[in-house]
Design a protein around this ligand. Structure first.
Ligand SMILES: [Cu+2]
Length: 132
C-alpha cells in the first residue's frame, strides 16, 4: 500500500487500523459500571449486603463514577424501591423476594444526595456522599 507516495508495509497498516479501532472502543469501555453496591431491604430499612448492623448506611461515591445499585427486598408483605430523587434515579417497585437494579452516574459536583424508598421515604432514607 502507498500513502503520499511512500510504500508502507501491510503489517504497519494493519497495526494502525487496530489501534484506531481500540481508540474508538474506549468510550464504551470507560462507561461500564465501575462499582456495584448491593442493598437489602429488611425490617423497613436499607442495609449494605455484608453489613447487617448499619441501617440506612451512607453510600460513598466518587464524582462522575458509574455505579450499579442492586437492591433485594427481603421484607415479606412489603413493597420497596430505591430512588435518588435529586438525580432522577429510580427503580421499579419490588415485591418480597424480588431483586432489581438501577445504574447511574454520580454527579461531577461533590455533595450529599438523599436516597429513599419512595413508599416509605420517612423511614427508609439515607445519604449518598459524593467526593472527588
Ligand atoms: Cu420501602
Amino acid at each position: 500500500m502507498s500513502v503520499l507516495g511512500r510504500k508502507l508495509p501491510v503489517t504497519f497498516v494493519a497495526v494502525v487500523a487496530v489501534l484506531i479501532m481500540l481508540v474508538a472502543l474506549l468510550p464504551a469501555v470507560s462507561s461500564t459500571p465501575a462499582r456495584e453496591v448491593t442493598l437489602v431491604a429488611r425490617g423497613m430499612a436499607f442495609y449494605l449486603d455484608g453489613d447487617p448492623a448499619t441501617s440506612n448506611p451512607t453510600l460513598e461515591l466518587r464524582a462522575g463514577e458509574r455505579v450499579r445499585v442492586v437492591f433485594e427486598n427481603t421484607d415479606r408483605g412489603m413493597t420497596h424501591d430505591f430512588a435518588v430523587p435529586a438525580l432522577d434515579v429510580a427503580m421499579n417497585l419490588l415485591d418480597w423476594n424480588e431483586r432489581g437494579e438501577v445504574t447511574f452516574t454520580a454527579p461531577d459536583a461533590p455533595g450529599s444526595y438523599e436516597y429513599v424508598c419512595r413508599p416509605h421515604r420517612l423511614m427508609m432514607r439515607g445519604t449518598i456522599r459524593v467526593s472527588r
